[in-house]
Write a new protein. Sequence first.
Length: 163
Amino acid sequence: MVNIRIIAVGKLKEKYFTEAYDEYVKRLSGLGVKLTAEETEPAYLPEEPSESEIAKALDAEAEKILKKIPADSFVVPMCIEGKQLSSEQLAARLSEATDGASGNTSVTFIIGGSCGLSDKIKSRGDLRLSMSAMTFPHRLARVMLAEQIYRAFTIIRNRKYHK
């Protein structure tokens, strides 16, 4: 069983997002992949925060996130300056990260809050990944990431989902 974890700042509240996410969790289980999500509370920020307030909030969120990352996990912070990969390239990276030879026992994706991720998290990453140069709501990003993980494992398992 391959263990994939998503650590996300904020909660997935909307029923339509949770149902979509849960569908990919179910589909992945049929491919021998256990996908779990852990949520952390976003740090409080005033309506118009200063740069120093944002940095302090990101550091506070980073401390919570770092405690949730297993030491032997391949870590993938999701950030705008990350690398954009095709679905096939993501599948290849996940296959390498989970083949047993890498020493990793899991893969951990990290989705930050509305202000992004602290450099502490980005520097902990093994692969900085960006979905797109476009901006998406963080709750939708979690569903999109779950779909791409599913797509990657259908490629790895030679299933017909990916076209």
